[in-house]
Design a protein around this ligand. Structure first.
Ligand SMILES: *[C@@H]1O[C@H](CO)[C@@H](O)[C@H](O)[C@H]1NC(C)=O
Ligand SMILES: *[C@@H]1O[C@H](CO)[C@@H](O)[C@H](O)[C@H]1NC(C)=O
Ligand SMILES: *[C@@H]1O[C@H](CO)[C@@H](O)[C@H](O)[C@H]1NC(C)=O
Ligand SMILES: *[C@@H]1O[C@H](CO)[C@@H](O)[C@H](O)[C@H]1NC(C)=O
Length: 387
């Protein structure tokens, strides 16, 4: 202590001397100098104490917040792995507000400094269990590098799937979602936000428990990855079921000319997914002014993306559905409907554009299929999913 005080005194003198007033030290009484030096030593001592305290607690708090959303594979919290490894556990305690904020983080550099294989996030928005799961298992198995799965379901039935399943522990924190209400869009945003936490997810597909795939994985992946557009249904419907649902108070954020309608089942890329989760401009307007009989899940995303990124949209959905039977709900197919002619009609009976060219291959998925159709679908799958 005495030694250090002497050293500090020496330094104190040095400071006084180099401060450009060489005569000062001689003028000052030596006792006063001693006291000044002592205080200087004390100050420096406390400075180092506080700096090391901040360092210690600062680092601790960073580590704590990291572990809440990631499971770090080691203690070196600043490794690149922290940013590029998907969360090992999907369940978390973030509120929607915290989750959407976190999910809106976007790299500003174009190139990824690692070998990024773009993945498709298959996002299942379900009301209950997944009766057609075996079909999806069949589609996805063996393509682990190219996809990830997320399930939003009010019933946490994750325990039902064995560890070998593609659905094993893929449930995200979920809340009740009602058709035609904002809670439905909230659920969709929750799925997108959770899927965005995996930096390798590039394409985001929304599916329901009654959806089935129409092609094999390679075909689906290439169709989506090579498309210049995202597949969001979006059109201007002049009828009472389209423009008729527009509310004048949505202006100026949304005008009636910008008002769009489209199927809820979409495929969007990462850029559009970020637009959706970061939106705070249109969301309050739709929440307040698009309530039944304005079914917000048919209008919010098509309208806001048409305003923000019109050129990025194909304006059509990839999910085939049959409205021909009329009524408020589309047809649901059971076992007796499943045969090759039926699939030939779905797979080749259409006409749409893909990257600016006409094609008959317009849908990659179809709905609605009842649980009773599973057996028949499994039977026909080798022909469908591999051609
Ligand atoms: C969430 O919080 C609960 C109680 O606060 C805790 O038991 C649980 O382990 C937490 N889950 C995660 C994933 O952090
Ligand atoms: C989709 O519609 C928007 C405007 O509503 C338009 O700008 C865009 O070019 C359309 N996309 C395609 C592929 O035609
Ligand atoms: C699709 O429709 C366009 C325009 O309506 C037409 O020119 C084209 O021949 C059609 N393609 C097929 C395969 O029917
Ligand atoms: C997937 O389907 C395509 C045709 O759509 C076919 O050419 C290809 O061989 C199939 N791949 C596998 C692995 O079955």
């Amino acid at each position: 202590m005495l030694m250090s005080r002497v050293v500090q005194l020496e330094e104190g003198k040095e400071i006084v001397v180099t401060s450009g007033r060489p005569g000062l030290s001689k003028v000052l009484p030596s006792k006063l100098l001693l006291v000044l030096g002592f205080f200087l030593a004390l100050t420096i001592f406390f400075f180092f104490i506080s700096v090391s305290t901040i360092k210690y607690y600062g680092i601790t708090s960073v580590v704590t917040s990291v572990t809440s959303s990631f499971v770090p594979c080691n203690d070196r919290g600043n490794d690149l792995d922290k940013w590029i490894k998907p969360p090992a556990v999907l369940m978390h305690n973030m509120s929607d507000e915290e989750l959407l904020w976190r999910a809106s983080f976007t790299p500003q550099r174009k190139e990824y400094p690692f070998n990024r294989v773009p993945k498709i996030a298959f996002m299942f928005l379900t009301m209950g269990p997944l009766p057609l799961a075996p079909l999806w298992e069949r589609l996805l198995k063996g393509h682990e590098k190219y996809y990830s799965v997320y399930i939003h379901s009010p019933v946490s039935s994750s325990a039902k799937f064995p560890a070998s399943s593609v659905f094993y522990r893929r449930h995200i924190p979920s809340q009740v979602a009602e058709w035609g209400r904002m809670t439905m869009c909230d659920a969709e945003r929750r799925l997108l936000a959770n899927a965005l936490l995996d930096i390798s997810n590039e394409f985001f597909i929304l599916l329901s428990e009654s959806c089935i795939p129409l092609f094999n994985f390679t075909t689906i992946y290439n169709y989506i990855a090579k498309s210049k557009h995202s597949f969001m249904g979006s059109f201007d419907d002049p009828s009472p079921y389209g423009r008729g649902r527009y509310h004048g108070k949505m202006a100026p954020e949304v005008s009636i000319e910008q008002w769009r309608k489209g199927s809820q089942w979409f495929e969007i890329n990462r850029e559009l997914a970020v637009s959706v989760v970061k939106d705070t401009l249109y969301y309050p307007k739709f929440k307040e002014f698009c309530t039944p009989a304005c079914y917000v899940d048919e209008h919010y995303f098509p309208t806001m993306l048409t305003i923000e990124k019109p050129a990025a949209l194909a304006n059509r959905t990839l999910t085939w559905v049959d409205w021909s039977r009329g009524g408020a709900h589309p047809a649901t197919y059971g076992a007796q409907d499943i045969n090759e002619e039926f699939f030939a009609r779905i797979i080749k009976g259409d006409n749409c554009t893909y990257n600016g060219r006409y094609t008959s291959m317009c849908s990659l998925f179809a709905r609605k299929f009842s649980p009773s159709a599973l057996e028949a679908l499994i039977q026909i799958a080798p022909k469908i999913l591999s051609t």
